[in-house]
Design a protein around this ligand. Sequence first.
Ligand code: VGL
Ligand code: ZN
Length: 203
Amino acid sequence: MEALLLIDIQNDFIPGGALAVPEGDAVVPIANALQPQFDLVVATQDWHPSNHKSFASQHEGKKLFETTQLQGLDQVLWPDHCVQGTAGAEFSPELEMSRVEAIFRKGTDPEIDSYSGFYDNGHLKSTALAEYLRGKGVNEVYLVGLAADFCVYFTALDALKEGFPTYFIEDATRAISAEGFEKAKADMIRKGGQVIQSAQLLS
Ligand code: VGL
Ligand code: ZN
């Protein structure tokens, strides 16, 4: 049983959005084309309250993209993004949603960020995505979406920790930073993740 996880394919991560990932829109047609190849399709949704502490706007005197400490963890301060109920938090209107069986929301606790679809950044609270996937009989996880160097990367690391063979579909992701992505990719491979291209699945 193979699951495709659509990570944070939301308007705010697409050009024109509040935290636009360069070429983020390019992942949508690939994510759509891949879906029929999978037994199960699940999406994650970054879903922050407007006072989320990952927002630079919540820290007086701090600049966008500066790193600070939150709950004892390094925290990049982002522009306000994916605020609950706003258009920016919605999935891309071009994303096929008819086969998405479940949506896992994350980042709802204002005190801690949550890049992975499985846990918050401190691994304090689970979304139960791992249990859901096991309950569905999933034994391989494939990842697409945004951003390659943050939420897709951290979701991949947790999928590996949870024991799922994990495939990162590189051309169906885009990164915030090219440099950050190279490090993330090397780390993921070192930890047993497989980096593949969508063409290996589409034929
Ligand atoms: C993300 C930064 C902040 C992501 C979410 O989806 O990669 N990045 N929140
Ligand atoms: Zn976020």
